[in-house]
Design a protein around this ligand. Structure first.
Ligand code: ADP
Length: 427
């Protein structure tokens, strides 16, 4: 009986010990699981600095170490991916062209702000994921891109929009990595070339105009030279008349070439030598020459410098040109016995230069155009007074280079008033 009791007691002791040990183990495991739960939740919230703080040995210890290592690696990888994404976004943002990446079905994978502006999308709107058919509001652009979608060659086209904006659209295929024939999408590059096209047109118009302007005196010169050569017995008077025409046409050619060279020099800002120029002194340098022309027409030519110590930072020849072109025009386009006045002063922040005449004036419809190269209200009259049609274009360019503006008020047969405003620069 004693023996049986002993066995029972022993069994009970073992059972209690096992139960206590199991309980302890379960509590520990539960604590560890709780830690795993908390840490994994933090990781899913991108808190990659968090770690399991379990000092266990054996398999649990190994699991803990592996888990912590995994978190660290995941953190590093995600940081690298985010950095790459940020880099890509910054690069795309700083590209001045519109860039758009689409998949083979026309779904937008990537788009930069410039492209968003071009397709008239809201900058804050997420366009990625949308199809071009719904995202691109500009019908013409959509049609052009759709035409080339999936093409396996590099395509390029030029589009002129209703408002005159000109775009070039380049579509390049994107191949599946390591293949040369599996296309997975396209990269679209949209560039606004409106200004470039405008400049191209201006340049070709200018070349056409220059050619025409140079051709006229040249034709005249060669015609009279030919006449002189074929008619050796011409009387002296006729001969001298022809020679005078040749001389005046040669002068005109020279003036034209000088003006064209000056215009191109003004456009070439790099070669500009800047200095501090006193306006009163500069005006006096051109005054004598102009007074002589005015005197020949009995024109009352006067000037008024309200401040003789006004300076601008520019090229000396350019400032001379402003005075010369405006005042010479005023004298040229004012009939005999008329009046021409130059007034220079300042309003504190700007220098104001005015050239006023009571000459022939400019018709309303021509006022906007007189600053264009080679534009003349009356070609024959301009030619008679030795004009090239470039004087005001040159003046406007110079004034623009000084950040100033030029305005004109004029009334036909009453006179004209040209006003140049240049901001004062203290340097
Ligand atoms: P141009 O060499 O023919 O004078 P400009 O460029 O200096 O060329 O002037 C362009 C045109 O503007 C002139 O041909 C002339 O018709 C008109 N114009 C300029 N200044 C005056 C003025 N003070 N009075 C009347 N017309 C003017």
């Amino acid at each position: 009986m004693d023996n049986l009791e002993n066995i029972y007691f022993f069994i009970t002791l073992i059972s209690v010990t096992i139960t206590i040990l199991s309980l302890r183990y379960t509590i520990t495991i539960k604590r560890y699981i709780e830690q795993f739960r908390i840490v994994s939740k933090k990781v899913s919230n991108k808190e990659f600095h968090t770690r399991l703080n379990i000092s266990a040995k054996g398999q649990l210890g190994e699991l803990t170490n592996n888990f912590n290592y995994m978190i660290e690696k995941m953190g590093d990888n995600i940081e690298a991916v985010e950095y790459k994404h940020l880099q890509l976004k910054s690069i795309l943002k700083s590209i001045s062209h519109g860039i758009l990446a689409i998949d083979i079905n026309g779904n937008i994978l990537l788009i930069n702000d410039e492209a968003k502006k071009i397709i008239q999308a809201n900058l804050d709107q997420t366009i990625e994921g949308q199809n071009i058919a719904t995202a691109i509001k500009e019908e013409k652009i959509l049609k052009e891109i759709s035409k080339f979608r999936g093409s396996n060659t590099n395509e390029k086209s030029r589009l002129t929009m209703e408002d005159g904006t000109v775009y070039t659209i380049k579509v390049d295929p994107v191949y599946l990595q390591n293949t040369v024939n599996v296309i997975i999408g396209s990269i679209i590059n949209i560039e606004n070339i409106t200004e470039k096209v405008k400049l191209e047109n201006m340049r070709s118009d200018f070349v056409a105009n220059v050619t025409h302007e140079l051709k006229t005196p040249l034709t005249s010169i060669s015609g009279f030279v030919e006449t002189l050569r074929l008619n050796e017995n011409l009387d002296t008077q006729t001969r001298n008349r022809f020679l005078a025409i040749i001389e005046s046409e040669s002068d005109r050619l020279k003036r034209l070439i000088d003006d064209i060279l000056l215009l191109s020099a003004i456009e070439n800002t790099e070669s500009r030598v800047l200095e501090k120029i006193n306006l009163y002194d500069t005006f006096n340098e051109v005054k004598d020459m102009l007074s002589y022309i005015a005197k020949n027409k009995d024109i009352d030519f006067s000037h008024e410098f309200l401040d003789q110590s006004l300076y601008v930072i520019s090229n000396r020849d350019y400032i001379k040109q402003i005075f010369l072109n405006l005042t010479e025009n005023a004298i040229k386009y004012t009939p005999e016995h008329g009046q021409v006045k130059v007034i220079v002063g300042s309003n504190g922040k700007d220098i104001i230069l005015q050239v006023i005449d009571n000459g022939i004036g400019i018709p309303k419809e021509d006022i906007q155009r007189i600053f264009e190269r080679f534009y003349r209200v009356d070609k024959a009259r301009s030619r008679d007074v030795g004009g090239t049609g470039l004087g005001l274009a040159i003046t406007k360019h110079i004034v623009k280079s000084l950040n100033g503006k030029i305005e004109v008020k004029s009334e036909l047969n009453k006179g004209s008033e040209f006003t140049v405003t240049i901001p004062k620069k203290i340097s």
